[in-house]
Design a binder for this molecule. Structure first.
Ligand code: FAD
Ligand code: UDP
Length: 400
């Protein structure tokens, strides 16, 4: 059936603009229904409309596109990221080129400082960090390597986010940089989290102070929202914002559905709620041109309630007499932002995933649909691969 849905037909020349939610009811005018206008849903909407010639209905319950990557001008006219700092980085030429059809890029390499013991030091930990913290003057990688080797406390079986850090740099540095931050961010001790979480942040013996080392590091020149608007500007795509997918009747859905919301919500939480971590943001505009020397400053100390402060002008390159910042306060309540990687959550996800595999003509994708701590580029890569896989099945179906 999926293959029939994907059978190519030219995009309709006169697609009626789908109006506001109430009039969605009634005649079905689309082939593919997509829940969620973030990266996963929007990339698939474009691919289905443009490559497969399908009519796509894309719904999002929020009043805007771009999902958590949404950016907008605040009251002062400063471009901010409503849901926290989004820095684009990827090693994939394909992903970078595909998105590049919808935006120009502004080269940007992300740098982060951590506030520890009254000092601001580079994070990820590098030789500069170690020299500043311990009053040393190490000049070579070899010296820093030897220093860390003396600090490291080997762990035989590395499973948790504590193991992976203590094994590499020892308890002291772990406690200074990771323990408090992680407890605040996740509401869990690092020993209760999968190693993949803190393994996202490397330790270096050189003086490279970039947060990422990917081949491509850049920001969409006019912002993420503008990039999404261009991506979704196709006659085969109808967008219904402020529309909850769960309010659509089954008869109003196309023959194929793509669902990028929380997978447990799709199935009515029937096995229980999958935990997601949320954040509260405090956005502020200041009457000065600059607040901090880099885009993000991390606060690992457990007695400081926020985890980090972002100053957006560093990310966007905007020139403005004022500046806007946001504080992040992790929380259990609120929009689902982060799947929480730990074995019991993975086990619960697998039960939902088994239901998903058996659900006819529904594809689950994205960070929430896959319950994976994906970066933006990974979500784009996943969406492109899903579309490619479905399209590749096409010739076989045609031959039947
Ligand atoms: P989302 O962006 O979450 O989109 C899902 C959409 O589905 C939402 O708009 C939601 O409203 C909608 N939806 C859900 N349920 C329904 C429903 N029932 N009906 C209608 N609509 C529904 N990645 C990076 O690469 N670099 C970064 O620097 C970075 N920083 C981040 C910082 C924060 C604070 C967070 C939370 C994430 C960050 N990410 C970053 C990750 C990035 O946000 C995700 O990889 C990406 O946005 C996921 O896209 P998505 O489409 O899967 O999900
Ligand atoms: N982390 C930490 N201290 C830091 C930075 C990161 O302990 O100064 C840990 C923390 O558990 C965090 C994880 O490493 O959740 C991944 O960090 P990253 O910056 O990738 O988080 P994100 O930007 O996805 O929120």
């Amino acid at each position: 059936h999926l293959d029939r849905v994907l059978g190519k037909h030219p995009p309709s020349a006169s697609v009626v603009k789908l109006p506001t939610p109430p009039t969605l009811r009634g005649a079905k005018r689309h082939d593919v229904t997509i829940c969620g206008a973030g990266f996963a849903g929007s990339v698939l909407a474009r691919q289905f409309a443009e490559v497969s010639g399908k009519r796509v209905l894309l719904v999002d319950r929020r009043p805007h596109v771009a999902g958590n990557a949404f950016d907008c001008l605040d009251d002062a006219g400063v471009l901010i990221h409503r849901y926290g700092p989004h820095i684009f980085h990827t090693n994939s030429d394909d992903v970078f080129a595909w998105l590049g059809r919808f935006t120009e890029w502004r080269p940007y390499e992300h740098r982060v400082l951590a506030r520890v013991g009254g000092k601001s030091v580079p994070m990820p930990i590098n030789r500069t960090t170690l020299n500043a913290l311990y009053g040393l003057d190490m000049q070579s990688d070899a010296e820093a390597e030897a220093f860390l080797a003396r600090k490291a406390e080997p762990v035989a079986d590395i499973r948790t986010s504590r193991d992976v850090v203590v094994n590499a740099i020892g308890t002291e540095l772990y406690e200074t940089f990771f323990q408090g931050y992680t407890r605040k961010q996740w509401g869990l001790d690092p020993s209760q989290l999968d190693k993949s979480v803190t393994a996202r942040v490397p330790t270096r013996t050189n003086t490279d102070d970039r947060y990422f080392t990917d081949k491509h590091q850049a920001m969409p020149r006019e912002g993420y929202t503008r990039m999404f608007e261009r991506m979704l500007d196709h006659p085969g795509i109808e967008l219904a914002l402020g529309t909850d997918f769960h309010d659509l009747k089954p008869a109003e859905r196309g023959a194929l559905t793509v669902y990028t919301g929380p997978i447990d919500a799709y199935f009515g939480h029937r096995f229980g709620t999958l935990p997601y971590r949320s954040l509260q943001f405090r956005h502020e505009t200041l009457d000065r041109a600059q607040f901090q020397p880099v885009a993000v400053v991390n606060f690992p100390a457990e007695d400081v309630p926020h985890t980090r402060i972002t100053e957006y002008k560093h990310l966007t390159g905007q020139v403005h007499a004022r500046t806007s910042i946001s504080y992040e306060y992790p929380s259990a309540e609120g929009d689902p932002y982060y799947p929480i990687p730990r074995p019991e959550n993975q086990a619960l996800f697998r039960r939902y995933d088994a239901l998903a595999a058996a659900e006819p003509n529904v594809i689950f994708a994205g960070r929430l649909g896959s319950y994976r701590y994906y970066n933006m580029d990974q979500v784009v890569g996943q969406a492109l691969a899903i579309h490619r896989r479905l399209t590749a099945r096409q010739p076989a179906a045609d031959a039947m």
